[in-house]
Ligand binder design. Structure first.
Ligand code: FAD
Length: 581
C-alpha cells in the first residue's frame, strides 16, 4: 500500500513489521479493533524475515502431541536460573502462561504453521529444568505464490538461511544434513529437484528465489497473508518520528512519508515493534560495550535505528539492558551490506577460535550469545587486541564443512571461491607460521594451541573449555567424528583462518515493560496507551538466550499479551476463529 497516512486513523497503531508486529495486528483485528501497521522501509518483515523464524515456546502443544514431556514448573525453574533472577517474575510467568496460547491461536486462526524441533536442545542444558529438545518450534515451508504481488514487498530471506543461497529448507532439514542422519542425501536431492522443476514459476516472476519460503521468511509471509485475509492495512515507507500525547496518554504518532510530515491518530494506543537500535552507530557507542560497529550487525542495514526508543525516553519511559545485544560472532563478505551471523560453523569439529596471541579463549561450540560475550571479555583482557578473533581450520575441515558462504570444498573447491574473498573473508597458507604471519597472530602461540587442541581431539576431552561435554555442544557436532563429535585434529595443510567480530542479530535492551507489555515510566507507573514488544523492549530473557527462538517467541507472545490487555480494558476478547482457505 502506498505511503499516505492521512486516511488511516485507527484504534491501534503498530510501528514496525517484524513477526511481533504482524502477529499483533492479527490478534487485534480479531478483537474487532481497526489496526494500522507502519513500516519505514520499502519492504515488510524486518530482521524477522531474514531470521531462522524459530520460536522458543516452553510447554507447547506440538511437543506434547509427540509424547514429549514439559511443564510450567520445569520451564519456570529453567528461566529463573537462566535469567539469574534479574527479570521480574511476573513477566516470566506471563511469558510461560501466554506463549503456548499465542501459538495455538495462530495455528488455529491464521496461515502460520509450525513443527517441533524435537532434538534442538535448550542452550543451557546443565541448568535445572532444561530440556534436550522440544521447546523450539520451526516454521513449516510456506508457498509464497499465495501472496500475489505482495510477495514483491517481502524482505527477502538472508542467503545464509537458504541451501546454496537459494533453496528453502527448514531448520530440521538443515540439521538432518549437518548431522548426516538417515536419509539426508535423499531429502536434499528432493529439495533440489523440487526447486529445479519449479523453473516456470521463477521465470514468470523473474527471480531465482524459491517459491517456498522457509524459516523467518515463511513466518512473515504467512503472517502477511493472514493480515490480507482480514484486510489489515500495512503502510510501507512510513517512518515513525514521534508520539502524539494527550492528557499523558499516547494517542497517535508523527510519521514521515515520502518526505512529508503527517500525523496518525490511534484512538486506543500504539504498540512499538520497531526493533532495536543496532543500526544506529551513535546509540551503539552510547550504550554498547566498545568497540562496536554497525557493520558487525547481521540485521538489515539502516532499518532499526532506535527512533521509538529515543521518542519514548522523551516521554519519561524507563529502559533496561541497553548495554546488551543478542550477540553473535559475525563475518563480513565483500559486497554484502549486512554481516553474516556465524551461528554454527565455528562449532564443527576441527575449527578453533583464537585471539591475537594465538590462544583459544572459549568453548567454540557454545551458544552464539556467550560466544560474542567471550570475544568482548577476551578483548578486554588483552588490551583491545582480540578483535577480530580468528577461526582456524585445516584442509580436512575445509573439505567437509561449510564456513560462512564457503561451501565445503567437496562441492566448492578453493578454485571456485570468488577471488575477492581471499585475504578478506579467508586467509590460507601451507604452514601455520605462514598463516600466523598473514593474520598477524603470534606464531608460537598458535602452534602451541593447536598441538594442545589436537591432543584433546585424540583423548576426546577438552581439558580447557569442556567442548562437547553437553548435549547442546553435540547438536552441531559430527556423529562420525570419534571419540568426541566436537573435536577433530587440525593437521593437514593448507591451513585457513577467517576473521570474526563480536556482532549481533539485534539489540536486547530497550523500553522497560511490565507483564502486560505496557511501557513503564521512570516514576514507576506506566505510560498509558503505549506498549512495546520485540527488540524495542528490554528482553524478558534478561541477559540470557535460553533457547533457539528466544527473541521471536517473546516478540509474538508479548504482542498477544498487549492485545489481550487492551481488549480487556475495552471489553473485547481475542477469540475470533477467522476462516482460513
Ligand atoms: P524486526 O524484525 O527487525 O522488525 C522491526 C521493523 O521495524 C523493521 O522492519 C524496521 O524497518 C521497522 N522500523 C524501525 N524503525 C522504524 C520507524 N522509525 N518507523 C517505522 N518502522 C520502523 N530470533 C529468533 O527468535 N529465532 C530465530 O530463529 C532467529 N534467527 C535469526 C537468524 C538471523 C540470520 C538473524 C539476523 C536474526 C535471527 N533472530 C532469530 C533474531 C530475530 O530475527 C530478531 O531478534 C527479531 O527479528 C527482532 O524482531 P523485532 O520485531 O523486534 O524487529
Amino acid at each position: 500500500m502506498s505511503a499516505d497516512a492521512t486516511n488511516h486513523n485507527c484504534d491501534l497503531l503498530i510501528i514496525g513489521s517484524g513477526a511481533g508486529a504482524l502477529a499483533s495486528a492479527i490478534f487485534a483485528a480479531d478483537t474487532g479493533l481497526s489496526v494500522l501497521v507502519i513500516e519505514k522501509s520499502d519492504r515488510y518483515g524486518g530482521t524477522s524475515a531474514m531470521s531462522g523464524g524459530g520460536i522458543w515456546i516452553p510447554n507447547n502443544d506440538y511437543f506434547k502431541a509427540k509424547g514429549g514431556k514439559d511443564s510450567h514448573e520445569q520451564a519456570l525453574a529453567y528461566l529463573k536460573a537462566a535469567t539469574h533472577n534479574r527479570v521480574d517474575e511476573k513477566k516470566l510467568l506471563a511469558y510461560l502462561d501466554y506463549a503456548p496460547q499465542m501459538i495455538r491461536y495462530l495455528e488455529q486462526n491464521s496461515r502460520v504453521r509450525y513443527a517441533v524441533a524435537e532434538k534442538y536442545p535448550d542452550y543451557y542444558p546443565d541448568l535445572p529444568g532444561a530440556l534436550a529438545g522440544g521447546r523450539t518450534l520451526d516454521p513449516e515451508l510456506y508457498d509464497t505464490s499465495e501472496l500475489g504481488d505482495e510477495l514483491d514487498n517481502l524482505r527477502p530471506a538472508s542467503a545464509t538461511t537458504l541451501f546454496m543461497g537459494k533453496i528453502a529448507w527448514t531448520a530440521r532439514h538443515a540439521h538432518q544434513v549437518l548431522a548426516k542422519t538417515f536419509g539426508w542425501r535423499l531429502m536434499l536431492l528432493w529439495l533440489v529437484l523440487r526447486y529445479q522443476l519449479d523453473f516456470r514459476w521463477r521465470k514468470k516472476r523473474g527471480t531465482k528465489r524459491d517459491r517456498r519460503a522457509a524459516l523467518g521468511n515463511s513466518l512473515i509471509a504467512a503472517l502477511r497473508k493472514s493480515m490480507m485475509d482480514r484486510n489489515i492495512p500495512l503502510l510501507l515507507n512510513t517512518d515513525f518520528s514521534d508520539f502524539l500525547v494527550q492528557d499523558k496518554r499516547v494517542v497517535g504518532v508523527r510519521v514521515e512519508c515520502d518526505g512529508e510530515q503527517q500525523t496518525i491518530q490511534a484512538k486506543h494506543g500504539v504498540i512499538v515493534a520497531a526493533g532495536g537500535f543496532e543500526q544506529n552507530q551513535a546509540l551503539r557507542e552510547k550504550y554498547l560495550p566498545k568497540p562496536t560497529k554497525v557493520e558487525w550487525s547481521a540485521t538489515p542495514p539502516g532499518q532499526n535505528t532506535g527512533a521509538a526508543l529515543v521518542a519514548a525516553q522523551k516521554l519519561g519511559a524507563a529502559t533496561d539492558l541497553l548495554d546488551w545485544a543478542w550477540w553473535s560472532p559475525t563475518l563480513k563478505v565483500v559486497g554484502e551490506q549486512a554481516a553474516r551471523a556465524l551461528f554454527v560453523e565455528r562449532a564443527f569439529p576441527g575449527a578453533i577460535m583464537v585471539n591475537h596471541a594465538g590462544q583459544r579463549f572459549t568453548n567454540e561450540s557454545e551458544p552464539y550469545l556467550e560466544c560474542g560475550e567471550a570475544i568482548y571479555r577476551d578483548n578486554a583482557n588483552n588490551d583491545g587486541q582480540s578483535i577480530p578473533a580468528w577461526v582456524v581450520f585445516d584442509s580436512r575441515f575445509r573439505f567437509r564443512y561449510a564456513m560462512g558462504p564457503m561451501m565445503p570444498a567437496q562441492i566448492m573447491p578453493d578454485s571456485r571461491l570468488p577471488k575477492s574473498w581471499h585475504k578478506t573473508l579467508f586467509f590460507k597458507a601451507q604452514t601455520l607460521p605462514d598463516l600466523a604471519a598473514q593474520i598477524n597472530v603470534d606464531s608460537s602461540g598458535l602452534q602451541t594451541s593447536i598441538k594442545r587442541f589436537n591432543s584433546f581431539a585424540d583423548s576426546g576431552t577438552d581439558a580447557d573449555y569442556q567442548r562437547g561435554a553437553n548435549v547442546f555442544d553435540r547438536y552441531y557436532g559430527d556423529s562420525n567424528v570419534k571419540p568426541n563429535p566436537c573435536l577433530a585434529t587440525i593437521a593437514k595443510a593448507p591451513f585457513y583462518a577467517v576473521p570474526i567480530y563480536p556482532g549481533d542479530i539485534g539489540t536486547k535492551g530497550g523500553l522497560l515493560t511490565n507483564e502486560h507489555a505496557q511501557v513503564m515510566s521512570d516514576n514507576g507507573g506506566v505510560i498509558e496507551g503505549l506498549y512495546a514488544i520485540g527488540n524495542s523492549s528490554a528482553s524478558v530473557m534478561g541477559t540470557s538466550y535460553p533457547g533457539a527462538g528466544a527473541t521471536l517467541g517473546p516478540a509474538m507472545t508479548f504482542g498477544y499479551i498487549a492485545v489481550q490487555h487492551l481488549a480487556k480494558q475495552l471489553g473485547n476478547a481475542v477469540e475470533s476463529s477467522h476462516d482460513i482457505h
